[in-house]
Design a protein around this ligand. Structure first.
Ligand code: NAD
Length: 334
């Protein structure tokens, strides 16, 4: 296969080149995101490989098809960025990496939570400045808290197990209940009940029309005061404006996010010399109890290795023309 990679970083090239010797595909790495300005780069390739912020909407898919692209391999699990209906109409095959290392993302959710609970980010900076005062660094125990997990698929399940291990009471909401988690002591509740009872809420469901702005003024009003919100899933699960209001009133006591609603224009780029025009993220960064990372939850050696291996396997299957293990198909209700 002749494959054009978009949104490529040095770590992508390294991991794919490491696993490439066993494979026959011709990989070309482009740094820019895939959009209407860069789409011409896809000319002459039968396949493109894209990442989370490469928008694959109706216009882009139509143009890709006109350029002769037949397949799209996503090097991520989520596929909310793809217009699956249009892809199906155009006969484009879409494959993804359904689970590369759920533990990588679950452990990052824990890292956000523990940094916020013990203010280690502040302590790190203080100590480097020879400031050994611990005033203002009072935290809270996670042990004994009630944690509500929304979405108990691969990542949510790993996170439930971590939270059980720490000694939390773990509540969960998912459209399908997981029997293994129930046997370990996780209690499934209706979503509103989970909102009402949880002191910590972590989001692990996909972004769909049903989950868009799941965290909104109404759901926030049902939550405990000073609730801790963690989002490593997709930015638009949270209505950012509503959360800013809730932070001002201390309804939300701590917010840890690895994803952000308008991250496409910001994340994965070094903008340190630019003027930040996004007022919402600028406001979020002024809160002492908000921690933001730039969509790095997946970024471990183990996860990168799996992404490369499974993507190359997807390419092998596409080249063979048979059954596709990791195909994403359009279903009429999606
Ligand atoms: P998964 O498909 O294994 O699990 C998703 C779970 O959400 C499933 O159990 C599903 O039943 C449930 N779900 C679907 N709709 C729901 C709804 N309306 N309400 C509650 N639950 C619902 O996916 P996963 O591998 O666990 O990944 C979860 C999400 O994490 C992905 O969709 C992706 O957006 C995100 N993700 C982020 C990163 C990162 O680097 N930050 C990396 C990988 C994945």
């Amino acid at each position: 296969m002749r494959v054009a990679f978009f949104s490529t970083k040095s770590y992508d090239k390294e991991s794919f080149k490491h696993y490439l010797p066993d494979h026959t595909h011709e990989l070309t790495f482009f740094e820019p995101n895939l959009d209407s300005k860069t789409i011409a780069l896809a000319a002459g390739f039968d396949t493109i490989c894209s990442f989370v912020n490469d928008l694959l909407d109706e216009k882009i898919l139509t143009k890709l098809s006109e350029l002769g692209v037949k397949n799209i391999v996503l090097r991520c699990a989520g596929y909310n960025q793809v217009d699956l209906k249009k892809a199906s109409e155009l006969g484009l095959k879409i494959c993804r990496v359904p689970a590369y290392s759920p533990e990588a993302v679950a452990e990052h959710a824990l890292a956000l939570l523990m940094t916020l609970s013990r203010k280690t980010h502040k302590a790190y900076n203080r100590v480097r400045d020879n400031n050994f005062s611990i005033d203002g660094l009072t935290g809270f125990n996670i042990h004994g808290k009630t944690a509500g997990i929304i979405g108990t698929g691969a990542i949510g399940k790993a996170f439930c197990k971590i939270m059980l291990g720490i000694g939390c009471k773990v509540l969960a909401y998912d459209i399908y209940e997981n029997e293994e988690l129930k046997s370990l002591g996780v209690t499934y509740l209706p979503r509103e009940e989970l909102f009402a009872q949880s002191e910590i809420i972590s989001l692990h469901c996909p972004l769909t029309p049903e989950t868009f702005h799941l965290i909104n003024p109404k759901s926030l009003s049902k939550m405990k005061d000073e609730v801790v919100l963690i989002n490593t899933s997709r930015g638009a699960l949270i209505d950012t404006k509503a959360v800013i209001k809730a932070l001002k009133k201390r309804k939300v006591g701590n917010l840890g996010i690895d994803v952000y609603e308008q991250e496409e224009d910001l994340f994965f780029q070094n903008l340190s010399e630019e003027i930040l025009l996004d007022e919402q993220i600028a406001r979020l960064m002024t809160f002492p109890n908000v921690l933001i990372t730039g969509h790095q939850a997946f970024l471990t050696n183990e996860a990168l290795a799996q992404i490369a291996k499974i993507t190359l396997q997807n390419l092998d299957e596409l080249a063979a023309g048979g059954e596709l293990t990791n195909e994403v198909k359009w279903k009429s209700k999606e």
